[in-house]
Design a protein around this ligand. Structure first.
Ligand code: ZN
Length: 68
């Protein structure tokens, strides 16, 4: 019965999607917190925002990037 809180959590990959380098638990924490993490192996920037974007389905992908 811990699913209540876990729904708020985003899916944090346990490995780099680019090179498959395994992320340490601490790196996953950083990734979940900052929603971004640079892989130490291939320097690929893992961004969680892109993944969670489809979850929202909203047209606005940026918070305060819009300009007139
Ligand atoms: Zn990598």
């Amino acid at each position: 019965m811990i699913a209540d809180n876990s729904s708020n959590r985003q899916e944090v990959p346990d490995a780099c999607p680019h090179c498959g380098n395994k992320l340490s638990p601490w790196q996953q924490v950083l990734l979940a917190t900052d929603r971004a993490l640079v892989c130490k192996k291939c320097w690929y920037r893992i961004i969680l925002d892109v993944i969670s974007e489809s979850k929202k389905g909203g047209p606005e992908k940026s918070k305060d990037k819009e300009h007139n």
